[in-house]
Design a protein around this ligand. Sequence first.
Ligand SMILES: [Zn+2]
Length: 66
Amino acid sequence: MPNLKKRFIAGAQCPKCQEADSIMLYGEQGVEVMECVACGYKKRQGSEPAERQAGAGDVIGVFKPE
Ligand SMILES: [Zn+2]
């Protein structure tokens, strides 16, 4: 299972349900995907780092270390 490491973004707020610390970030086919574990909101990223779009920086959890 390559490229499936998931991590939470500290301080990130879901743009849909406004839940804090619920935004998860992971790679899918070379594209960063931002997903809210609270409401299921999902957004694929282009070239912009997802951390920046989510408005936060620090990773607070890693599910699958590299
Ligand atoms: Zn949400």
